[in-house]
Design a protein around this ligand. Structure first.
Ligand SMILES: Cc1cc2nc3c(=O)[nH]c(=O)nc-3n(C[C@H](O)[C@H](O)[C@H](O)COP(=O)(O)OP(=O)(O)OC[C@H]3O[C@@H](n4cnc5c(N)ncnc54)[C@H](O)[C@@H]3O)c2cc1C
Length: 330
């Protein structure tokens, strides 16, 4: 049995608590739907846990100039079903509802979802090597069974994929993450929040030790007319994405004025494809244009033995998600 200390904090956590957490390497726990599994499987063994379920980060607050601030402790179900979010940021609501199961979504929080770890089976297999779990030990997935792994943004140290659906929508919506740590508060753009593995796959985000996510801010533009979240997976529910796409369009006078394309299940972080978006601007929303954008999005893709199929699957997912978004029927 592995012993760990447990502390529950409430209200607005004081800097002293965060400082102590930084010094003793404590981990925060929210819904526990990921961390507890990882502890049970010995993948993570934090010596200190700080329960943040009672901190005052549980609200969804409309911002005066437009936009919304979502507390880090808002449950995935509450966020997906919030009338304001459904009306103004439907792509986020749909992405959340495509994830996990109703019971899990009732527990899972915004902060925990942002920080959830990969589902790479080698990461979970503590009897074997994994550079993410044990730096320098190797990446058996590269030559192993890599069907669920990355085709974009991977490195020769790690090809694990990021599993979140919510984060794909947040990437498309240009979310900003609010944090509080021992050295103060800061805001981190979603595009910068998760890191590519490079030579340090164990470092997954920009967060410093003991830095706490307090909220996620969404800008006023929510693309509530022309949007789609399409998740391709092995089962119709309760399965992680093989490929997912969040697409958002602004169409005026028969031409695309602005576009967002973010992908999930195919990269170590939620993957925004700015090159593909640029190709769409000023064009007529038709199949040829969408296919050109999909080709651009996957231009640097690299498949491994068991996941090469994801390259064409990703392109088709993008084309279909753009068609649905353009039709305004999602
Ligand atoms: C069977 C199963 C199926 C699933 N299917 C899907 C799916 O299809 N799509 C999908 O997107 N997800 C899926 N999930 C993952 C699920 O969405 C995550 O487990 C959940 O979002 C994590 O949130 P949590 O609050 O429970 O996090 P916890 O387990 O409490 O914490 C996870 C991590 O986040 C850190 N953390 C938590 N809150 C904060 C904070 N405020 N600041 C800083 N760090 C913090 C913790 O320290 C920990 O490292 C599935 C999970 C399971 C178990």
């Amino acid at each position: 049995m592995k012993l760990f200390s447990y502390l529950k904090v409430s209200g607005n956590p004081e800097v002293a608590v965060l400082e102590a957490a930084g010094k003793n390497g404590a981990h925060y726990i929210a819904g526990g739907t990921n961390l507890i599994d990882l502890m049970k499987d010995d993948v993570m063994s934090p010596a200190h846990l700080i329960d943040v379920n009672d901190i005052s980060c549980g609200d969804i607050e409309k911002l005066p100039g437009g936009g919304v601030k979502i507390g880090a402790l808002v449950r995935n179900s509450d966020l997906a079903n919030d009338p304001y979010i459904r009306q103004n940021y439907p792509v986020l609501s749909r992405a959340l509802l495509s994830a996990a199961s109703a019971q899990l979504r009732n527990m899972a929080t915004v902060g925990g979802n942002l920080m959830q770890r990969t589902r790479c089976s080698y990461f979970y297999d503590v009897a074997g090597a994994c550079n993410k779990r044990q730096p320098g030990s190797g990446c058996p997935a590269i030559e192993g069974y890599n069907r669920m792994h990355s085709i974009l943004g991977a490195s020769n140290k790690c090809i694990a994929a990021h599993p979140s659906d919510m984060c794909v929508a947040l990437a498309a919506l240009d979310a900003v993450i609010h944090t509080k740590g021992p050295s103060g508060e800061r805001k981190i753009k979603m595009a910068d929040f998760h890191k590519l593995p490079g030579s340090t796959p164990e470092i997954e985000t920009m967060l410093a030790p003991a830095e706490l996510i307090t909220a996620v801010e969404l800008p006023a533009v929510g693309f509530n007319k022309n949007w789609c979240y399409l998740k391709v997976r092995d089962r119709a529910s309760y399965a992680f994405a093989l490929v997912s796409a969040a697409t958002c369009l602004e169409i005026s006078g028969g031409k695309i004025k602005s576009a967002r394309i973010a992908l999930g299940g195919i990269a170590p972080k939620p993957w925004r494809s700015v090159e593909a978006e640029k190709l769409l601007i000023g064009k007529t929303p038709d199949e040829a244009t969408f296919r050109a954008a999909a080709e651009a999005a996957l231009k640097s893709a690299k498949g491994y033995e068991h996941n090469k199929f994801k390259i064409e699957m990703s392109k088709r997912t993008i084309v279909r998600a753009l068609k649905v978004a353009a039709g305004g029927v999602a």
